[in-house]
Design a protein around this ligand. Structure first.
Ligand code: 5GP
Ligand code: ZN
Length: 117
């Protein structure tokens, strides 16, 4: 069923506490934790507890939870005292998505060039 945990999904395992992560914020619908391979001084992933493969399927099925990710990105940015930051949803392998459980990257704490590579 849509949104149910997937046995082979790394981020479902983090949500379930089966794989450790440095969690910085949690809500009823979301978990935010530090990326294991940070690309900036602050690099936090914000994910829905429910399993959807990417932001497009999450946004179509559960727009409220997609909005929760954006609110939480702003909350984490505030806690990290970031004046400037970027929120990114890599969608599809051609855009660099490697984990197919929807997630926002929150990046900050250094200059971020635009346009990105
Ligand atoms: P994507 O490439 O799918 O947009 O982002 C996946 C992110 O998950 C990558 O930035 C990668 O470093 C991070 N990641 C992969 N495995 C783990 C893990 O086991 N723990 C944590 N905290 N991050 C992970
Ligand atoms: Zn999952």
């Amino acid at each position: 069923m849509a949104g149910e945990p997937q046995d082979d999904c790394l981020f479902c395992k983090i949500v379930a506490g089966q794989i450790p992560a440095t969690v910085v914020r949690e809500t009823e619908t979301t978990v935010a934790f530090r990326d294991i391979n940070p690309q900036a001084p602050t690099h936090v992933l914000i994910i829905p507890r429910a399993h959807y493969p990417d932001i497009a399927t999450l946004g179509a099925a559960e727009p409220g939870i997609a909005a929760d990710l954006l609110r939480e990105a702003g909350e984490v940015a505030g806690e990290e005292k970031l004046e400037s930051y970027r929120v990114v949803f890599n969608t599809g392998s051609g855009a660099g998505q490697t984990v197919f459980h929807a997630h926002a990257h929150l990046l900050g704490g250094r200059g971020l060039e635009w346009p990105p590579g």
